[in-house]
Write a protein that binds this ligand. Structure first.
Ligand code: XCC
Ligand code: SF4
Length: 653
């Protein structure tokens, strides 16, 4: 079969994909130094065109404001801003450091939970537009029926599209229901639900939790830090077991539940002879449609007509993760590479939806021929072309955008074109369902355990696998980019600890080569054997940041199957390079679910000893888990390996 460059990485079966590879050279990880050398070359281009880059802006912004960094600056009313110091221990209203730090922490959480959950809401709205002959369809009816049954909705004899519309409305009600708690929390083990009840942190309507945050932090409301942090946990739970979970589940219903798929990662996935379209952001509704349209003969012909060989779609951040998980669209890079894709000089259009988009892309794109296209009323930016996208007109909007990119191909400034020749193979698509499917295949001795996590639990019990780490989160210039992600993962693999990952952490792994099945050779003997038996890479891509909800489901199912409490399972969360408000919301729900979470960057909370101690220890009394922060990444890794062994000891395994 003939494969045109434009089709690379898109919807190819494994066999087609590997056939295409002429050069199956020896497997080797891409080193950080190699990635940095590629970045340095791109920075030369930046200098040539006088472009501003994050590397330069970091220098100008360092050192950061100490008051902000420790969380003791309050500007919640216009008597301030107030900054707490030993000499001025209270703001004008009398709020102390603990109150100010905890309020700031809660505001941060509210921002993150609202972003994830509003993304989820958009997905629920898109679900309302599905129709058998429309732009959006129900691709996983079985999953829709499963969720409907869970929610007590009658499914018998119902048209699947009627059911989708009904479920969309019910899902949207989760955002504002006047009474009761989030539907999805019933997926958690009984024991965990009891903890949430006991601690008064069962998440109510999602919008209500966010509003409560904003109300609590208003001048003259809460200044008692325990109450504020408790609300932070509750709001996190509304995100992880509410809005994010809705985002994941209903995306699966419409776009398909991810299953194993081969793709590639790093800037080298962009192709010099092709029209390069980069999708960036988080909401898959638009990017799904872009992929559909760009795959059409009509568009490929148009691309050929302007002298390109085809169209390459690649992605940055979580939009990338969404389309890589379901379509095998290659990942151009993670958060701190969003400028790099433009600096290649070969990016015809970077199309963004919401979240994690650098406003810098506006002025930067002006130094090149690149079209910077914003599409969401939520994320409008100067010096972009704004093409509002709506699910009702999705196909038309996507076509317009793809055509703009094709038209722009001829405007390339050839002298600026340089795509680093760097990419790795990655096998992705490990949704919870796919993991179970893989486990089913491990060996016949588990026949009676089909459809459960028991094969995995048995591996952990026997010690073949020591435990698991959920690696998540962003890049942050405070940490040498990707070094922490990749370094920690390698350490875990050597120690027979399997890694599940999402977000920009997943992309770091893919770029390094850790999602190539051949990376099993980097594992200890036990984990290596498991990877061979299950035919998986040692680092499993579970999707975008909202897909951390998949990890919650996995933890819940392991707990139910094994009889362990979630807090007893030798599993840890880790966000070594986190930066966003969303990451704090995530941290809160992962901890509140009972999973100890390790960070490589301090939250803005060290300005109050009380709050700092609560986050890093006290929470354990509430939810059986807490945060650990360590910026020395080697040390962080050692602590985590030790923590997993301790959990094993406590279980007597
Ligand atoms: Fe954004 Fe999700 Fe962070 Fe990456 S990992 S920088 S939040 S894209 Ni969530
Ligand atoms: Fe200052 Fe209190 Fe106003 Fe904050 S709320 S700015 S601490 S007076």
């Amino acid at each position: 079969m003939e494969i045109t460059p434009g089709e690379v990485g898109r919807n190819l079966s494994n066999a087609q994909y590997y056939d295409k590879e002429v050069n199956m050279s020896e497997f080797r990880l891409t080193t950080i130094e190699e990635m940095e050398a590629a970045a340095a070359k791109l920075l030369e281009t930046a200098e040539k065109v006088g472009a501003d880059t994050w590397q330069l802006r970091v220098k100008r912004q360092t050192p950061h404001c100490k008051f902000g960094e420790t969380g003791v600056c309050c500007r919640l009313c216009s008597m301030g801003p107030c900054r707490v110091t030993p000499k001025a221990p209270r703001g004008i209203c009398g709020c102390d450091a603990a109150g100010i730090v905890a309020r700031n922490y809660l505001c941060f959480t509210a921002g993150g939970a609202s972003a994830h959950s509003d993304h989820g809401r958009e997905i629920c709205h898109t679900l309302h537009t599905v129709s058998p002959d429309g732009d959006y369809k129900v691709k996983d009816p079985a999953k829709l029926i499963r969720i409907a049954k869970e929610w007590g909705v009658e499914t018998e004899g119902k048209d699947i599209y009627d059911l989708a519309h009904e479920m969309s409305e019910l899902a949207l009600l989760e955002y504002g229901k006047p009474f009761g708690f989030q539907n999805f929390i019933k997926r958690a083990p009984e024991y965990t639900q009891k903890i949430w009840e006991r601690e008064g942190i069962q998440p109510r309507a999602i919008d209500r939790e966010v509003t409560t945050c904003m109300h609590m932090t208003h001048m003259g409301c809460s200044s008692e830090h325990n109450a504020l942090i408790r609300q932070a946990l509750r709001t996190g739970l509304a995100d992880g077991w509410g809005g994010s979970m809705a985002g994941t589940e209903f995306s699966d219903v419409m776009f398909g539940t991810p299953h194993e798929m081969d793709t590639e990662a790093n800037l080298g996935v962009m192709e010099v002879e092709n029209v390069n379209i980069v999708v960036h952001g988080h909401d898959p509704s638009l990017s799904e449609m872009i992929c559909e349209v760009a795959d059409s003969k009509e568009m490929i012909d148009k691309a050929k007509a302007v002298g390109a060989k085809g169209i390459t779609i690649s992605g940055v951040c979580c939009t990338s993760n969404e389309v890589t998980m379901r379509r095998g669209i290659p990942m151009a890079g993670n958060f701190l590479q969003q400028e790099a894709v433009v600096l290649t000089g070969a990016c015809e259009a970077i199309i963004v939806d919401v979240q994690c988009i650098f406003p810098a892309l506006g002025p930067l794109s002006k130094c090149f021929h690149t079209k910077f296209i914003t599409t969401s009323p939520i994320a409008q930016m100067p010096e972009s072309e704004y093409i509002p996208f709506s699910p009702e007109t999705a196909g038309r909007d996507a076509k317009k955008i793809v055509e703009m990119a094709i038209e722009n191909f001829k405007n390339r400034k050839q002298e600026l074109v340089y795509i680093p020749d760097q990419k790795q193979k990655a096998t992705v698509g490990y949704s919870f369902e796919e993991i179970i499917h893989k486990l089913d295949g491990v060996t016949n001795s588990f026949v009676d355990k089909t459809g459960t996590t028991m094969p995995l639990v048995d591996c952990v019990k026997s010690g073949v696998i020591r435990g698991a780490v959920a690696m998540v989160g962003c890049n942050n210039p405070k940490v040498r980019p990707d070094v922490a992600h990749i370094g920690l993962m390698k350490k875990f693999l050597e120690n027979d600890i399997i890694v599940i990952t999402t977000g920009c952490s997943a992309q770091a792994a893919a770029k390094a080569g850790l999602m190539d099945k051949r990376a099993k050779d980097l594992c200890g003997a036990g984990l290596k054997r498991v990877c061979e038996l299950a035919d998986i890479p040692p680092v499993l891509h579970m999707g975008s940041c909202v897909d951390i909800s998949r990890m919650m489901i996995l933890a819940a199912e392991i707990a139910k199957d094994s009889g362990w409490k979630i807090s007893e399972i030798p599993v840890l969360g880790c966000a070594p390079e986190w930066m966003s408000e969303k990451a704090v919301s995530i941290g809160n729900y992962v901890v509140a679910t009972g999973i100890d979470t390790y960070l490589g960057v301090e939250p803005y909370a060290t300005g109050s000893e009380e709050v700092d101690k609560l986050l890093k220890g006290g929470l354990r009394d509430w939810v059986e888990a807490c945060f650990t922060v360590e910026s020395d990444i080697d040390k962080l890794g050692d602590m985590m390996v030790e923590a997993i062994e301790k959990k094993r000891e406590a279980l007597g395994i």
